[in-house]
Design a protein around this ligand. Structure first.
Ligand code: GTP
Ligand code: MG
Length: 562
């Protein structure tokens, strides 16, 4: 469609100068014959109408293709991002990902329309004088041929120079976005530390880099010699045709027709100054998108793995773990250290279905890390984590994760209604179910205090939730999905005693009938756990029930004496 439209468009464009030349010939003849003028004019008119229709089809087709392409790329990118491991997401700045998912995808769209569309269309215009020029006199191929050769040579050089420049332009844009999203995320810290000015300076520096990159691109575009070439072609072609005229080899109509044809070269010349940089930008963007999609996913979904209902037995067998290094490890002074960088070392314990486990330990001991191995946010570096006697890697990832709920240390709420936030893990849950879950989580009362109750949108009109409220929303979420294993990372929350009491009750409700891990500093919660694991610097310092540990562990009993 694109190519047919382009050829039709170009051929019909040639009709104008050729027939104009014929008209001149008819008038300049010894006995001018005006009767040919009307048919000529009509032919020109009709041909241009057809050309308009073809052009419309070409542009429409190109635009349709480009928009579809943009949608498909975006879908694909989003899917691939959701499938990536946490290691990937921890290393890849959100701002840069956003830049790729929005602007880079858009650049690929522009690359096809107008980019490729104009290039294909204008390419045909270069061929026209080559084909039809010699019609008047064979030697008239000279100018269009020279033009084409120099045009393409210059273009090759231009594209080569352009590619690194557009790469930089896209990369600096990603960096600026990264900085923007990070400073918006951390705006509270920034204001708290009165660092606005320093941050603004940093942003201006980044913005300047983006500007510089685009100015460089504009500079290259300006130096591109195609316009000069066009002027030379006009001058050379006309001189050549006039010589032929004087020598009596061609007539006036041919000079006019030929010069009109040379005018067609204006279109490719003009478009080439911006269409190719559009294509180059699109290619740079496509590379950035592909780079993101193709980056290793690490965690495999294991679609054919176990999918049965989890009973809730958990076993850690000699598990050691370290966070994957961001880049290939550098072997140097630290390279020789045998167990360097391990966050968890040689962890072994076993939990029966339905038991409640309290994980205690100082900050940085590895508590959060340990629970992330259960639902495969990360995989153990050494040893095995088993659920119901099967290695977690043998479970179907979706089946495993859908039966394990982790309520994280800092609870994330989506900018949606409270109802949708609670029903997140079970879309389509009825109003009654949501309210029941919220009651069990002791969230119902404070939700009703909001003007719109369950319809209250988080983040809208200044609605924010306190730490304790967030926690109870997250608990309600867990009640609704009814996981077989519940993990509650509660180690940093400091809450007043009235709320504490409520949360206590909510957690007691939640832990009933399922295996529960609680990371906490609250002694009351530790006390009634079936199993207490004391972590110190990534190793198990003590393990057992409260009574056992009070007798055997000096470190543990010290916690209670203080
Ligand atoms: P608190 O939540 O403060 O009580 O600590 P925690 O016991 O939950 O510690 P956590 O498991 O979060 O961290 C244990 C160690 O792992 C610390 O030394 C962290 O610096 C390190 N760590 C935690 N998360 C990451 C991560 O995403 N990447 C890397 N490379 N290290 C991490
Ligand atoms: Mg933690």
């Amino acid at each position: 469609m694109l190519v047919t439209g382009a050829i039709g468009n170009a051929v019909l464009a040639v009709v104008v100068p050729v027939l104009t030349g014929d008209a001149f010939n008819a008038m300049l003849a010894p006995q001018p014959d005006t009767s040919v003028l009307l048919p000529l004019a009509l032919t020109i008119g009709v041909s241009q109408v057809i050309r308009g229709v073809l052009q419309l089809g070409r542009n429409f087709g190109a635009e349709l293709m480009a928009q579809k392409m943009e949608r498909d790329i975006r879908d694909e990118l989003y899917l691939s991002l959701l499938g990536k491991s946490m290691t990937f997401h921890n290393l890849q700045p959100v701002g840069d990902t956003m830049a790729r998912a929005t602007n880079d995808v858009r650049e690929v769209n522009y690359m096809f329309s107008p980019g490729v569309n104009l290039v294909v269309g204008s390419f045909m215009f270069i061929l026209m004088p080559l084909f039809f020029g010699p019609r008047y006199h064979p030697s008239l191929i000279l100018t269009p041929l020279l033009f084409a050769v120099i045009y393409f040579a210059a273009l090759a050089g231009y594209l080569k120079a352009l590619s690194p420049v557009t790469d930089t332009a896209r990369a600096t844009f990603g960096q600026m976005n990264t900085h923007l999203s990070e400073s918006l995320d951390g705006v509270e810290i920034m204001k708290g530390a009165a660092q606005e000015e320093a941050e603004v300076d940093r942003f201006v520096t980044n913005a300047r880099k983006v500007r510089d990159a685009f100015v460089k691109q504009g500079d290259l575009e300006a130096r591109y010699i195609a316009m000069l070439l066009l002027g030379l072609a006009f001058a050379g072609g006309l001189t050549h045709a006039l010589f032929l005229l004087r020598a009596g080899l061609i007539d006036v109509g041919a000079v006019i027709g030929y010069f009109g044809m040379l005018q067609l070269l204006g279109f490719p010349t003009f478009t080439s100054t911006f269409a190719y940089s559009q294509i180059s930008l699109g290619m740079s963007s496509a590379r950035r998108i592909l780079d993101l999609i193709q980056r290793e996913t690490k965690l495999d979904q294991n679609a054919s793995g176990l999918t049965s209902q989890i009973r809730g037995e958990i076993e850690f067998r000699n598990v050691s773990f370290r966070y994957p290094p961001p880049s290939p490890p550098i072997f140097g002074e630290n390279g020789g250290r045998a167990r360097g960088g391990y966050v968890l070392e040689n962890i072994s314990f076993k939990v029966k279905p339905g038991q409640t486990v309290a994980l205690v330990g100082q900050t940085g001991a590895g508590k959060t890390t340990l629970v992330k191995l259960i639902n495969r946010i990360y995989d153990a570096t050494e040893g095995q984590v088993l659920v119901d006697g099967a290695d977690v890697r043998d479970w179907n990832l979706a089946a495993l994760r859908s039966q394990i709920s982790i309520i994280e240390q800092d609870i994330f709420l989506f900018s949606r209604s409270l109802n949708d936030n609670i029903a997140f893990g079970k879309p389509g849950a009825s109003k009654e179910e949501v309210v029941a879950a919220s009651m069990a989580a002791q969230a119902h009362d404070f939700v009703l205090d909001f003007e719109d109750a369950y319809g209250t949108v988080v983040g809208e009109r200044g609605v924010t939730l306190s730490g304790g409220q967030r926690q109870r929303i997250a608990l309600a979420r867990a009640f609704l999905t009814d996981p077989r294993i519940l993990v509650l990372d509660d180690s940093t929350s400091a809450i007043d005693s009235a709320t504490e009491d409520k949360i206590q009750r909510a957690i007691a409700n939640a832990s009933r009938g399922r295996t529960t891990f609680i990371i906490t500093h609250r002694l009351s919660q530790i006390r009634w756990a079936d199993l207490i694991i004391v972590l110190r610097k990534g190793r198990i310092a003590a393990i057992g029930s409260h009574d056992e540990l009070m007798k055997t562990s000096e470190a543990y009993s010290r916690i209670f004496r203080e």
